[in-house]
Design a protein around this ligand. Sequence first.
Ligand SMILES: Nc1ncnc2c1ncn2[C@@H]1O[C@H](COP(=O)(O)OP(=O)(O)OP(=O)(O)O)[C@@H](O)[C@H]1O
Length: 688
Amino acid sequence: MTPVTECLSRESTLYQAIDIMKRKKWNVTPVVNQAGCLVGVFTRSILYQMVLDGRELPTPIGAYVRTDVVAFPVDTPYAIIEKVVENSNVGSGIVLDDEKRPIGLITSIDIALTLLRTSYSLREQLETILTTSQLGAVMTDERNRVIFVNSRFCDMLGCTDEEMIKKNIQDVIPGIHTTELKEIEHDIHRRLQIGSHNAIVRLSKYKTVKGREGFIVLFQNISEAEQMAEELESVKRWKTLLQTIIDKAYDGIVMINKKGSISFLSPSLIELFELDKFQAIHKPIDELLPQLALTQVVKSGLANISDFMEVNGIQYIVHRIPIFQDQQVVGAIGKIMFRQLQEVRESFKRLDSHESKNGAIKQQRRRSESSRFTFDEIITGDYQMEKLVRSISKAAKGRSTILIRGESGTGKELFAHAIHSASPRDEKPFVTVNCAAIPEHLLESEFFGYDEGAFTGARHKGKIGKFDLAHGGTLFLDEVGDMSLPLQAKLLRVLQEGEFYRVGGTDRIHVDVRIISATNRPLEDMVESGLFREDLFYRLNVISFEIPPLRLRKSDILLLCDLFIKDLNKINGTSIIGIDSEAEKVMLMYEWPGNVRELRNVLERAMVFAESGKIQLDDLPDYVLKKTSLPSSEPPVLQQNLLNKAEQDTIQLALQKTNGNKSKAARLLGISRSVLYEKLKKYGMNRP
Ligand SMILES: Nc1ncnc2c1ncn2[C@@H]1O[C@H](COP(=O)(O)OP(=O)(O)OP(=O)(O)O)[C@@H](O)[C@H]1O
């Protein structure tokens, strides 16, 4: 629409009309009355007419104004305007506002331009549809030559549009023949292979601008759809398979969602509880099968296995299992077993008896596999002991046989444990045999076990020996020096061959066992006197070390006291905080013949008497106090005087007996002459 900015009136002159038409380049100019309302139009043909009629320029135009004007209110739909203008004599129309004042002109050119713009945008829309469409599209002219292909079709064929334009359609799409194109009456539908794709083809005729027939061919790529269909098919097969598995594997299954509504029921469960499948599905389980208590599992998120129940005289077991998704409970499954329960019971009975047999074996194992200590639990502040611990922990890593020597209670067994813990056999059994504690006649079966029937009597059902139990691990032979000679011979054979026979058995049993042995006996002397086999001694003595007695590492005494007090407080519920200094002195003075074990026992006894606070002198056993030179109640100076007096008397006596011969007196006293002279000087006795 061209906006109207100027109008003529009936009184306007020819000159004014020419002026407006020239400036505005309008073919039509609205003519208005004094109120500005449209009364007619002045057109270019009127202008020519006035000139032909010889009208002068000042002539008013009123007599020539055309009143058959085409005018529209401003909101008239464009399609109506277009129609009216097309048919109007002046080839244009005037757009009026609500007061009938002209506001615009619509000419045929305006309409033509608008149509052109519309057709351009239509073309663009069509092209967008064709290029973005999932359909491949090809268009031919009347001579079957390709005049258009869309990008989808190019993709399907793997060609560019330039490669296809102007080619005959049958060269572009093999499978479509020009001969059949001539004959087609209706659209053709066909399945074709386009490149590597399967496609459904639809071929239609259209009228070209010349009124002839061309073809439009559309391709629907169905490869993806076919793949999806295949996947769907396999999902369906899986569903059937899983359904069958669920039906067969469990006697009954019910599944509920988070809200407690039933989402799945297996046919056997429907049968057992006599349910109607269609009514049951999506129903709250608490209404239908409250006895299963499945909603509790949804609430708690905890499984509940093996609950016994009964319905219609049929006993069944229920397992309730929560279903988790992203760590949230989203439902629960109830698994029900009711078929062959009798058989299951029988199986359990069999399993029970089998397990109790196994349990006995395991118990035998557990009894033998005592708890372990590590080198960290060996407490010492003694330099020599620390050195010993370092070198033994190195030896522990190998597989050599180790012999631990030392007085009773020094910690030989503790070391044996620590060696095993630090060895690569750590995860395997550590088995102890105290060779002194087991009666001689039982020791062989203890070592090697016996077969069922080796002994008469119902109780003898066979027994696993220590060697068997220690297989892969360590066998600790405590008090190895107390073993009889015949058994020493058997032990030697196992150590040499790694094999043995059970008592009463005929099968050779092969074992892999590391031997650690310990003794406080003088094995070398025993070998000398024929009480211990020399060859066994060398077998056991591959790496050997001696743990020093406690009296030779007095610095350990208070350290160990500290450890044992804490330990015993925990065990006995006492609250001892330490040892009084007088009692401490005694502990340090005492010789500890029973070593660390004796120390622990003495502390345990003292702690019982003391109960709380510090252990006092009186809490220590008498035999300990007696064996230590107790500090007297006399002051130390007085004590020293007494000693000095006793020494002077003794020297005097010796001099009297030797008639003052100092050399002889010194010999009698068991001291050197120079020491005697020193003492005589000290006591002022060196007067002649
Ligand atoms: N250095 C130590 N650190 C901590 N506890 C120790 C230490 N030495 C020994 N013990 C403890 O002393 C007690 C005796 O040790 P163990 O039984 O190992 O001695 P043993 O030499 O094997 O004795 P025996 O020769 O009488 O069999 C055990 O309770 C042990 O834990």
